[in-house]
Design a protein around this ligand. Structure first.
Ligand SMILES: [Mg+2]
Length: 228
């Protein structure tokens, strides 16, 4: 076979992140007596996006972002509340959300029969470990590389190097990265010098993408990963 190790993104490649995020947020709101109105949900998303932009500009850190997005939400929604308590409950709820995308379990099971599978994810360690432990793919996964633990996020190639080091893999040409994001997954693969497969989940394949391959379905990804 062409490859002997698969590196794979988690959110929106194997798990439906947005569905889990929406359910976790509604659960937290309900537990704190906050109405799940479109206005309140939109206030949270505005505050959350603002914090993630600050993080990209290096103006905050992820531990602070987690709480500040709820302080921002409370201010925007004109509500009184305890941002830290909301944050803690939401983290707990999010860790319980595991919504596999169609064919994702089958993909990981079948690839794992031929080569080790390492999940490479940007996220919070406790949440990602909780979610994987609840998931059907767990028995087929050899390793989980989480940005919070590595101290760098995709597209930083450190994430890829960490997975390859854990796998004791030294031939870069035998590794392939599968993911849905051009700016994190595909860029990380290119920065590390390994092949990549962009997964669009049914959407049109973007022109001028820099991935080695691009596919609309995980079935097509499986064929490429296991190709001779
Ligand atoms: Mg993703």
């Amino acid at each position: 076979m062409k490859y002997d190790i698969l590196l794979c993104d988690l959110d929106d490649t194997l798990f439906d992140f947005h569905k889990g995020e929406a359910i976790a947020l509604e659960n937290t709101f309900r537990r704190f007596g906050i109405p799940t109105t479109p206005e309140n949900l939109s206030a949270y998303h505005t505050a959350n996006t603002e914090q993630w932009k600050k993080l990209e500009r290096g103006e905050t850190i992820s531990e602070k972002l987690r709480v500040d997005r709820f302080s921002g939400f409370l201010a925007l929604a004109g509500l009184e509340g305890d941002a830290q308590a909301l944050c803690d409950d939401y983290m707990e709820q999010l860790g319980q959300q595991c919504w596999p995308l169609p064919f994702s379990t089958e993909l990981i099971r079948r690839v794992s029969e031929k080569m080790p599978v390492y999940l490479v994810t940007n996220g919070i360690a406790r949440i990602q470990r909780d979610r994987l432990s609840r998931s059907e793919i767990k028995p087929y996964v050899t390793g989980l590389i989480i940005s919070e633990e590595v101290g760098a996020s995709k597209p930083n190639p450190k994430m890829i190097y960490e997975a390859l080091a854990q796998a004791a893999a030294d031939d870069l040409s035998r590794a392939v990265m599968l993911g849905d994001s051009l700016t994190s997954d595909i860029a990380a693969a290119n920065n590390a010098g390994i092949d990549s497969i962009l997964f669009t989940n049914g959407k049109e394949i973007p022109e001028g993408h820099k991935a080695t391959y691009a596919v609309k379905t995980l079935e097509e990804a499986l064929t490429l990963i296991l190709a001779e």
